[in-house]
Design a protein around this ligand. Structure first.
Ligand code: PEP
Length: 254
């Protein structure tokens, strides 16, 4: 089985390149003894090349990638371009991008082109609300099936599924805390959908949790949430908190 993974999503932060270097170095300095945990940081595109030079240990990821290679796509950045400046992962289908109009079919194209370019997609799925009739299970099922349509069994182990209930994300107004029980129930459901679609290969797909996870509840989600890692947003903007989450993961019995 692959290592557990802690992925920091910096979103559109920090404001300057100097601050980005300071934050990144603050993490790099404190994780030199980490062996069992993969540490990934996803900064804004423009910081990737510079940060790549600061650590061999931290793996870089991007926060989106366009589905084309090169061409007349004003404002877009392709997966191949991101690979060439050092990214090895890419977050796709984040709820903040879905809110800007991205749909499952767009995300499916992006996943395929990311895989072609050698990037490992981190596919975000998750419901905005939990309705009493449990319709949110169908929504997550549709996200998985439509976003992963046509992805071959031979390469599916490169994909990470991030379960991010939108109602638990730190920037959602009136957000609520998700529990490790909520997470475990959905992780089991996701595993079943993946196993129906990809048979034995599904066992190699890592499922992680994101939604206001921090240094206080990381251990609970990792021990009781049925997941192989975490995707902190806000907590990844604090080198001390992020490093603490990495160390909590590292200290787990494997
Ligand atoms: C996210 O939006 O990917 C996320 C998990 O953010 P936060 O941890 O700030 O809720």
């Amino acid at each position: 089985m692959s290592k557990k993974v802690i992925i920091g999503n910096w979103k559109m932060n920090p404001f300057t390149s100097k601050e980005a270097e300071k934050l990144f170095s603050g993490v790099a300095e404190n994780i030199s003894d980490i062996k069992k945990t993969e540490v990934v940081i996803c900064p804004p595109f423009i910081y990737l090349e510079k940060l790549k030079k600061l650590s061999k240990k931290i793996i870089l990821g991007a926060q989106d990638a366009f589905s084309g290679d090169v061409g007349a796509f004003t404002g877009e950045v392709s997966a191949g371009m991101l690979y060439s400046v050092g990214a090895r992962y890419v977050i796709l289908g984040h709820s903040e991008r879905r809110a800007l109009g991205e749909n499952n079919s767009d995300i499916n194209k992006k996943i395929k082109s990311a895989l072609d370019a050698g990037l490992r997609p981190i596919l975000c799925v998750g419901e905005s609300v939990r309705d009493e009739n449990h319709g949110y299970f169908n929504l997550v099922k549709a996200q998985l099936e439509e976003c992963l349509a046509g992805v071959s069994k031979t390469i599916i182990s490169k994909v990470i599924i991030a379960y991010e209930p939108v109602w638990a994300i730190s920037t959602t107004p009136d957000r609520k805390d998700a529990t490790s029980d909520d997470c475990r129930e959905m992780a089991i459901f996701i595993k079943k959908i993946l196993s129906d679609k990809f048979s034995a290969e599904a066992g190699k797909i890592r499922i992680i949790y994101g939604g206001s996870v921090n240094e206080k509840d990381a251990g609970d989600f990792l021990k009781n949430g049925g997941v192989d890692g975490l995707l902190p947003g806000r907590a990844s903007l604090d080198a001390k908190k992020f490093t603490e989450i990495v160390k909590i993961c590292e200290a787990l019995e494997k």
